[in-house]
Design a binder for this molecule. Structure first.
Ligand SMILES: [Zn+2]
Length: 143
């Protein structure tokens, strides 16, 4: 996946601001696929969302269906699509939970930022393949 540096900073800032809860949001951009069918999601905009879980926001997140649709509408107006989501893990590694795996849509990137002692510590990205499976992907931060 490819992400503009400034957008990456927005995610980091949001993750720290929303402590002690997990933050979440959607990634907006476009999907590139090469002749072999390899997918790379390119993120142009990030859309911070509300973690709408009632309980357990320290260890989980949920984006409401309504907010997803709102972001999707805005994305399409810009000629983009939702290409994935992001959220934070508090004092735990940037590895997807079982719930995370279920949340990820096929073809989408899931970016996870891990915070240790209130500091961003690690970032990983995971691609849900159309064919099934969940694979870690490289994050290319560009200026
Ligand atoms: Zn998670």
């Amino acid at each position: 996946m490819k992400l503009l540096r400034r957008k990456f900073e927005i995610i980091q800032e949001q993750a720290v601001r929303e402590l002690p809860y997990e933050c979440c949001g959607l990634l907006v951009g476009e999907k590139n696929s090469d002749h072999r069918g390899n997918i790379e999601n390119i993120v142009y905009e990030v859309a911070p969302c509300r973690n709408c879980l009632y309980f357990g926001k320290e260890t989980g997140f949920e984006i409401s269906h309504q907010e997803y649709l709102d972001v999707e509408r805005e994305a399409r107006r810009l000629g983009y699509n939702i290409v994935g989501s992001y959220h934070s893990h508090i004092n735990s590694p940037a590895i997807p939970s079982l719930h995370d795996v279920d949340f990820a849509r096929s073809g989408h990137t899931m970016l996870i930022i891990s915070l240790m002692n209130a500091q961003p510590k690690a970032v990983t990205a995971w691609l849900r393949r159309e064919s099934g499976g969940f694979h870690q992907e490289q994050i290319r931060v560009v200026v």
